[in-house]
Design a protein around this ligand. Structure first.
Ligand code: FBP
Length: 702
């Protein structure tokens, strides 16, 4: 065999077999690019029309009525297929159009297929129509950075994750000057319609643009995107119109796949607790779906914590004739106790390992933190509005920021102003660790939102968990249970009588318990020594025999953790069959809405929880979905996000199975393997389990 140094690298690299190994154009990629998602039946017709569905009604906020008068009376529109249209309608439907599209906010798998679906529909109706992609999000609209999307560009991105085709950004078109610029640039491109693919803030943008560009005849259509899954729409009677934003299924499947591998690893080397933070800036839908897919030992759901009521505290307060407001909602300390209890209970049955899932936005559901976030949002926004420099440029170090807060607290104490930050806030804030203070003071995003992904939430929680476990360990209330057979075998090897030594070491010896628990008093080797001397097992000056020491050490828990963050990886993942098909049909829906002159509508597919044959493309009016919310310290009209409904069938299933998944009992864990992500073939994993359960909950409840 020739030495590798003799190899002619250039000709080796040109070898077709080597090229097959090194090419980025893999067969898997080609299969993905070539996948043609099925279309809903209505799109098998040459034309479509819109039918107003008046049975769906909304509670409309007066501010939305006032600020969005031109689109607020829009109705839900059902898309129906048509073989022919009257000649006026047909010529309008088929006229050549210029359509602009923009991605806005974080990437979500399937975005490229929205473009693909729109492009295919548009070109089929009129090959003269042109599609323009704005580069890097709304900045592309403001800076007129635009590219005409060709068949070639689109074909190179079909069924692929991320938003790499035209990139994305988080700029908001939220001032009159930006709207004027957007109008000018859309007009310069001679756009008939603008499509905004985004989350709550971006669809809010879409609604305002629809209102503002109405008289210019430029239609604006939104598309519900976000892996967080918090764009869901129900009408006022609880009828689900949009069960899930796109990208959610793929991201959840990607996280779940990795976390299920951790479950396998964790139960193999049995020494780590894996703490997995999963994205979801506010709502815990992703954590809930991951829990259903994986069955982790513990999964915290923020929305449940917000609903928590501490009845013991309430009873205590009642007895003393007072009201304890801290009894409503969970505190950080309480959260750490819930986690500790789970850890301690598993340790007692010999399982000193496990997997915990926490949602990225969990802190927003904790009373004291939520108050800090709101107050600091206001302080930062007010500072930025009233000064030439922004808060984070002016106060660079944590010490500078804390000094500023202290000054505000002093002002408020001196009665200068009724200010949002008082001495009590300042004292409480100074009690939390510096890295967390820094996290709470991080720069807000362009919408003024707190950026949860920048804060090491899991670290905050773990510090508290570690502190509390230490207290429990010192009090003898955190022990690893050991199997009686192992104990007896080991101790006999040392020449001791297990029956005589058992009651000295264990509090439940000879009770038939499947795991032996060391006595609470045995919290250290020193205490073990004293006990053995007292029970005359060893003499005062003897060392503890090695095998007794070995047994004892087995009962002492070591809390070792590995921390993981799942988020960006899921956003870049190639879409599942569900997301590929959902988004391709969303693209087709967008075109049907545009070709039928809709504006201020969000494209959606009804019945996502049901079989594909029942999917129904619709347009949902965005205006009626808006409400007032705090943004940059002020109330602003924005699209309402949907958080986890703790009454939903999916949540109730998780709650009911929680104890089983904790598996704090002898026997194996109940981990579930969701398997690899596919874009073909039908299985129970073919759509979000949340949707399947909620759908079953609706159809099976009498
Ligand atoms: P969108 O709401 O824009 O879809 O973004 C969601 C998200 O993925 C969150 O889950 C996460 O907190 C955030 O984006 C991270 O943002 P960034 O990409 O700016 O770090």
């Amino acid at each position: 065999m020739p030495e590798s140094t003799d190899m002619d690298l250039d000709s080796f690299l040109e070898n077709p077999e080597v090229q097959a190994v090194t090419t980025s154009n893999t067969t898997d990629l080609q299969a993905r690019l070539g996948f043609q998602p099925p279309v809903c039946d209505v799109f098998n017709h040459p034309f479509s029309t819109l039918k107003e569905e008046l049975q769906y009604e909304f509670h409309i906020h007066p501010a939305a009525r006032e600020q969005l008068p031109k689109i607020i009376n829009n109705k839900v529109q059902k898309i129906t297929g048509a073989e022919a249209l009257d000649s006026r309608h047909a010529s309008d439907f088929t006229k050549p159009r210029n359509i602009g599209i923009v991605f806005s906010g974080g990437p979500a798998p399937g975005g490229h297929n929205v473009i693909g679906g729109l492009y295919d529909a548009m070109k089929k109706v009129n090959p003269e129509s042109r599609l323009f992609g704005f580069i890097l999000g709304p900045d592309g609209i403001l800076e007129s950075d635009v590219v005409e999307l060709s068949q070639e560009i689109i074909d190179a991105h079909r069924n692929l994750g991320g938003f790499s085709m035209i990139k994305t950004g988080r700029t908001k078109i939220d001032s009159q000057s930006k709207i004027s610029l957007a109008r000018e640039n859309c007009k310069r491109l001679n756009l008939d319609a603008l499509v905004v693919v985004g989350g709550d803030d971006s669809n809010t943008n879409a609604a305002f643009l629809a209102q503002e560009l109405y008289d210019d005849g430029i239609q604006v259509i939104g598309v519900p995107k976000t892996i967080d899954g918090d764009i869901q729409v129900k009408d006022k009677h609880g009828e689900t119109l949009c069960a899930m934003s796109f990208g959610f299924h793929t991201a959840a499947r990607a996280f779940a796949r990795n976390i299920s591998n951790l479950c396998t690893d964790s139960s193999s080397d049995v020494k780590y607790w894996h703490v997995c933070k999963v994205m979801g800036r506010v709502a815990s839908h992703l954590a809930l779906e991951v829990a259903l897919q994986v069955h982790p030992n513990l999964c915290m759901i923020g929305e449940e914590m917000a609903d928590y009521i501490d009845s013991e505290r309430i009873a205590k307060a009642n007895a003393s004739g007072s009201i304890d407001y801290t009894a409503y909602g969970m505190t950080l300390r309480h959260l750490s106790r819930v986690i500790c209890n789970a850890i301690v209970r598993r340790a007692e049955v010999g399982k000193n390992y496990g997997v915990i899932v926490i949602p990225e936005g969990i802190l927003e559901f904790i009373n004291e933190i939520q108050v800090f976030i709101i107050k600091l949002n206001t302080i930062i926004a007010e500072y930025n509005q009233t000064h030439d420099t922004d808060f984070h440029t002016h106060f660079v170090t944590l010490t500078e920021k804390l000094d500023y807060l202290r000054r505000l607290a002093r002002f408020s104490r001196e009665g200068h102003d009724l200010f949002v930050w008082n001495t009590r806030d300042d004292d409480l804030f100074n009690d939390i660790p510096a890295f967390f203070q820094e996290g709470l003071l991080t720069e807000r995003d362009s919408h003024g939102n707190f950026q949860f992904s920048q804060v090491e939430t899991e670290k905050v929680i773990l510090e508290l968990v570690k502190d509390y476990l230490k207290i429990r360990q010192e009090g003898g209330r955190y022990k690893v249970g050991i199997k009686p057979e192992w104990y007896e075998k080991t101790i006999r090897r040392g020449g001791f009588d297990p029956g005589a030594l058992g009651p000295v070491l264990f509090k439940n010896y000879n009770t038939g318990a499947p795991f032996l628990l060391a006595k609470d008093s045995l919290t250290s080797i020193k205490k073990l020594n004293l006990e053995l001397v007292r029970e005359k097992i060893i003499g005062k000056n003897d060392d503890i025999p090695q095998l007794i020491q070995k047994v004892f050490m087995e009962t002492v828990p070591k809390f070792k953790t590995q921390v993981h963050f799942y988020g960006y990886d899921g956003r870049g993942n190639d879409p599942t069959w569900f997301d590929s098909t959902y988004t391709y049909n969303l693209g087709r829906t967008v075109f049907a809405l545009i070709a039928n002159r809709a504006t201020g509508q969000m494209a959606a597919i009804k019945n996502l929880g049901k079989d594909f044959s029942e999917w129904e493309p619709i347009g949902i009016p965005i205006g009626p979905l808006m409400h007032l919310e705090e943004r940059k310290g002020k109330l602003a009209l924005v699209l309402e996000r949907t958080v986890v409904d703790t009454e939903s069938p999916a949540f109730r299933v998780v709650k009911a199975l929680r104890e089983k998944w904790l598996a704090a009992a002898p026997g194996p864990d109940d981990y579930r393997k969701p398997g690899p992500i596919r874009f073909a073939g039908v299985s129970i994993e073919s759509k979000p389990l949340i949707l399947t359960l909620n759908n079953l909950g609706q159809t099976t409840t009498p």
